[in-house]
Each structure stands twice: as structure tokens, then as C-alpha cells.
Design a protein. Structure first.
Length: 138
């Protein structure tokens, strides 16, 4: 059982999910398998919406099973996290597989002054496809 972690307060009724938090992993990766429970706990999903991070949806992609979608994304280690919306990329890179690290990152990225990088063709395609890909949502 994953220990309880401090999360931001829940905001019921917020359904304007526009930011995607996507874990890019591989089925054969034991670390990814362990991290999935942590990722799901932080996501705190109800009906596709995060209870802890309003306006955010979480998804899990196996980079080998979804190789056509991941394309040329340079994934050097696992887990790799993509945080993006239709306007740009807030974060794309490896993350230590600990809940407090993910919570701190997502909290910082919700700040109004969080900077976005331009999408690559791959990240733009992923973000555009995720709303119609509910089997990948957590």
C-alpha cells in the first residue's frame, strides 16, 4: 500500500481539464510498475478529472505499445513525464518516482507565471489525441 501523501485541497465541480500530465513508461520497466500506483494516487481521478489538481487530466502511455504516438520523443530514462496543454509544454523530462516530487512539480506548474515551451510535432499530436483516447486516462 502506498503511504498517504500531502496533496492540495480538492476543488469539486471543476471540469475544465486542459492540462495533461502524461507518464511515459514501458511495461517491462519495474520502476514504472511501482510508480504507477504513486502516479494514480497523485492523480486522484474521478470521472477523468483530477480531484487534487483541477483542470488537469492524467494519462499513462507505454512508449512501446504507443510507439506510433510517441514517435521521436527522446526518452532516456523512466519515468519520463510530459506536462502540456494545447498552448505548449510545461515540462518534459525524467522525474524521480516519488509522490512528493510530482506534487511539488505540478504545484509549481500551476503558477500563473509558469513558462511554456513550444510544442514539437509529437507533443502537439499527443496532447491533441488524448481527449479522444480515454483508455489511456487514469
Amino acid at each position: 500500500m502506498t503511504p498517504a501523501i500531502p496533496l492540495p485541497p480538492q476543488t469539486p465541480g471543476d471540469t475544465a481539464a486542459s492540462t495533461w500530465v502524461v507518464c511515459l513508461c514501458a511495461d517491462w520497466c519495474d520502476l514504472c510498475g511501482d510508480y504507477r500506483a504513486v502516479f494514480e494516487q497523485v492523480a486522484g481521478q474521478t470521472g477523468g478529472q483530477s480531484r487534487h489538481f483541477p483542470g488537469t487530466r492524467f494519462a499513462w502511455l507505454d512508449i512501446e505499445d504507443q510507439a506510433d504516438w510517441v514517435g521521436d520523443l527522446d526518452i532516456e530514462t523512466f519515468p519520463t513525464l510530459l506536462v502540456a496543454d494545447r498552448h505548449g509544454v510545461l515540462f518534459l523530462g525524467p522525474l524521480t518516482p516519488q509522490a512528493p516530487t510530482l506534487v511539488r512539480l505540478l504545484g509549481a506548474l500551476q503558477a500563473p507565471d509558469a513558462r511554456k515551451a513550444s510544442h514539437t510535432a509529437v507533443t502537439a499530436r499527443l496532447v491533441a489525441a488524448l481527449p479522444d483516447w480515454p483508455e489511456r486516462w487514469l
